[in-house]
Design a binder for this molecule. Structure first.
Ligand SMILES: *[C@@H]1O[C@H](CO)[C@@H](O)[C@H](O)[C@H]1NC(C)=O
Ligand SMILES: *[C@@H]1O[C@H](CO)[C@@H](O)[C@H](O)[C@H]1NC(C)=O
Ligand SMILES: *[C@@H]1O[C@H](CO)[C@@H](O)[C@H](O)[C@H]1NC(C)=O
Ligand SMILES: [Zn+2]
Ligand SMILES: [Zn+2]
Length: 636
């Protein structure tokens, strides 16, 4: 029996009533009375000895999602929220820790419109009172971003800034750890002794002022072993391993780390916090170890709590783990934040610091001109993958049918053909396009990449084979093996991780343990989606995440009508083809950075001419600008 509460818009407190839903093996809500379409069904958090809020991959979304009510909380609200959570925990004599696992740049106007990017957004991020935080790969592409991380973020958070395997080059050439290699501390309330490490996955495209040492190498380092030896199992109540690395069952690095740690800490409770692949996820690795990943873009505040002295020693597998660990994915909005803190008025909810930060965000947005209206999206939302790419609501359909054909040649010195194909990788779109004002901020959110278009003229029968080749599943596997070119990397991050999750079995951890650590098997998951869908039609739930993880499907704090992520191809193309002659010339236009993929495709097709020298600059008018103009001039 599980208890849910309905809650009404704040201001209507007292009207909320509690009702109980019986969960039978095969049916969801037996009764779910809905009295107000604004009400939402929210599951309670489970409080324990130690409670965590985890964020990851915020990518600059500190203003909140202005066109999506579901994620309407801004960073000021989030600060108020966690300050109340900390107070609640302490009033119960429990502990509360706040963790972030990196990627603060690239994804939002607030972070990306400044030079260097992050100049205005990092000071906002830093107003949050993190107990543990670390670096993501997006802090390592440019030296400027790494300098900010070292000089600003690390300096501000001092020993809370942990980075076990990333190093930073000082002016005199010496490499030093980006942060503390570890943190060993005792929690204020329960005096829990925690040893924490922070790892980045084996990322190789770091700038020359930095260095990432892969986890596998760290495990061989004496300094690492010394830290473990200096903190023997009887002096550690909890290991916290947080970092920018997905918490899947098939991650080789995480698996090796896990085996290694278990040699030193056979039964110590361990909690992983992960990131990078932009999904909500939770994995059970053994009886005393789970991993939480808290989504992306300030859509999710991840909740994790640990009961240090669970009863029920006769339990096995996932049931045993559930007696110790609890997880929730909190929708990043004010309703959820106020519900979980049991506060019904904004006056009471907003702390002074929270209000200051919200005010500051608005000032910065004005200064940066982020609110400048370019146009309006009136008729529809346009999704990356909540619909198939043939659907009129697909942003890719909008782009290929309407927007891309508006691209004009920006180079007088080239000859062009009548016919044209424009190929874009789907990863060049970073977010859905929602109804409402379309601003400078929106451009950074949807397609910020300022790439050059290039052109290659080819006979039609060759040209038309490129995009299908780049999308072929078999070839994708083959190219993935040679390590240098993985066409799947042309996908958006969450789609790429979806492939890894779906198509590789959990070979490592499954082999390691006899225990059954999944509540959800794949066929059951599909069945549940169907049931949830029909139940939710009745109750008119809002669309949103319904996450399936190792504990089941009750992790999302807000009950949603599930959105389905349709598979999308690596690339899509707009076609302007008129000539039936198979040998007629076609201009194939694409972003210069996918040139290696296009050349690979040509080779695979069997087109043997060396065309690399025939690739010509075509235009600087990148996708974001095309979209701006299209929306300014059309009613969409
Ligand atoms: C470089 O600078 C750091 C910090 O000032 C110092 O600790 C280190 O010894 C210096 N290294 C060299 C090679 O001078
Ligand atoms: C929520 O707050 C109300 C009034 O402030 C109080 O009566 C109630 O016990 C609180 N509920 C919880 C779960 O803390
Ligand atoms: C909020 O801003 C006011 C005015 O700038 C300042 O005086 C105050 O100290 C700030 N409060 C906090 C908690 O930061
Ligand atoms: Zn990210
Ligand atoms: Zn990342």
């Amino acid at each position: 029996m599980i208890e849910y509460k309905t809650r009404y818009q704040h201001g209507l407190v007292g009207l909320g009533f509690v009702f109980v839903i019986f969960l039978f093996s095969n049916s969801w809500f037996q009764s779910s009375k809905q009295q107000n379409s604004d009400s939402s069904l929210i599951r309670n958090l489970e409080w324990n000895d130690i409670n965590f809020i985890h964020t990851t991959d915020t990518h600059g979304w500190y203003s909140g999602h202005l066109n999506q009510k579901q994620y309407n909380a801004n960073w000021g609200h989030f600060i108020s929220f966690t300050s109340h959570l900390r107070n609640i925990a302490h009033s119960k004599k429990q502990d509360f820790l706040l963790v972030d696992t990196g990627d603060k740049h690239d994804g939002n106007g607030l972070s990306d419109v400044t030079i260097p990017n992050g100049a205005e957004s990092l000071p906002i991020f830093m107003k949050q009172d993190y107990d543990l935080l670390t670096i993501g790969n997006h802090e390592l592409y440019t030296l400027e971003n790494s300098q900010q991380e070292y000089d600003l973020v690390r300096k501000h958070f001092k020993s809370n800034y942990v980075s076990t395997n990333v190093e930073y080059k000082l002016q005199n050439g010496t490499f030093v750890p980006m942060g503390q290699r570890y943190k060993y501390f005792m929690t204020p309330m329960q005096k829990i002794r925690i040893l924490a490490f922070a790892f980045l996955f084996d990322f190789t495209r770091y700038n020359s002022g930095t260095k990432v040492e892969p986890i596998m190498k760290v495990l061989d380092e004496d300094w690492f072993k010394d830290i473990l030896i200096d903190h023997p199992a009887d002096e550690v109540d909890l290991l916290v391993i947080f970092g920018h690395i997905p918490v899947t069952h098939n991650d080789e690095e995480l698996f090796q780390l896990h085996l290694f740690l278990r040699k030193y800490y056979p039964k110590t409770k361990i909690q992983y916090f992960g990131g990078h692949s932009h999904i909500r996820d939770f994995s059970v690795y053994d009886d005393y170890l789970t991993g939480l990943q808290s989504g992306r873009f300030c859509e999710t505040a991840g909740w994790l709590s640990i009961n240090l002295n669970p009863t029920g020693n006769d339990l096995k597998g996932v049931d045993k783990v559930e007696s110790t660990f609890s997880r929730s994915y909190i929708d990043f909005n004010l309703d959820s934040f106020m519900y979980h803190t049991n506060i019904s008025s904004s006056e009471e909810f907003n702390t002074e610091l929270g209000l200051n930060v919200s005010r500051h965000i608005n000032e910065v947005r004005r200064e940066l001109n982020l609110e400048e209206i370019i146009g309006f999206v009136r008729n529809s939302n346009y999704f990356m993958d909540y619909v198939s790419i043939q659907n009129p609501k697909s942003i890719f359909k909008l782009l290929t049918d309407k927007v891309l054909p508006t691209l004009e040649v920006g180079n007088q010195n080239i000859t062009t053909s009548d016919q044209r194909l424009i190929i874009i990788n789907t990863g060049s779109i970073r977010y859905d396009l929602y109804k409402g004002p379309y601003t400078l901020d929106s451009q950074y959110i949807i397609s910020p990449f300022e790439n050059d278009w290039v052109k290659l003229t080819l006979p039609k029968h060759i040209a038309i084979k490129i995009a299908p080749k780049l999308n072929e599943w078999l070839y994708i596997i083959r190219s993935a093996n040679d390590n240098t070119l993985d066409n799947r990397r042309l996908l958006p991050e969450h789609q790429y991780s979806r492939l890894l999750k779906d198509y590789s079995s959990s070979k490592n951890f499954a082999k390691y343990s006899e225990q059954h650590y999944f509540k959800n098997q794949i066929p059951e998951r599909f069945q549940e989606i169907g049931e949830l869908k029909s139940a939710s039609r009745k109750s008119r739930l809002s669309k949103g995440y319904v996450t399936h993880d190792d504990f089941g499907h009750d992790g999302d704090d807000t009950l949603h009508r599930p959105v389905v992520n349709h598979p999308i191809p690596n690339v899509v193309q707009s076609k302007e083809l008129f000539d039936s002659d198979e040998d007629s010339p076609v201009d194939v236009v694409f972003y210069s950075f996918i040139t290696p993929n296009v050349l690979w495709a040509l080779k695979e097709i069997g087109f043997d001419e060396d065309v690399s020298t025939r690739i010509e600059f075509y235009s600087k008018h990148y996708l974001g600008l095309l979209l701006n103009e299209y929306i300014r001039n059309h009613n969409i």
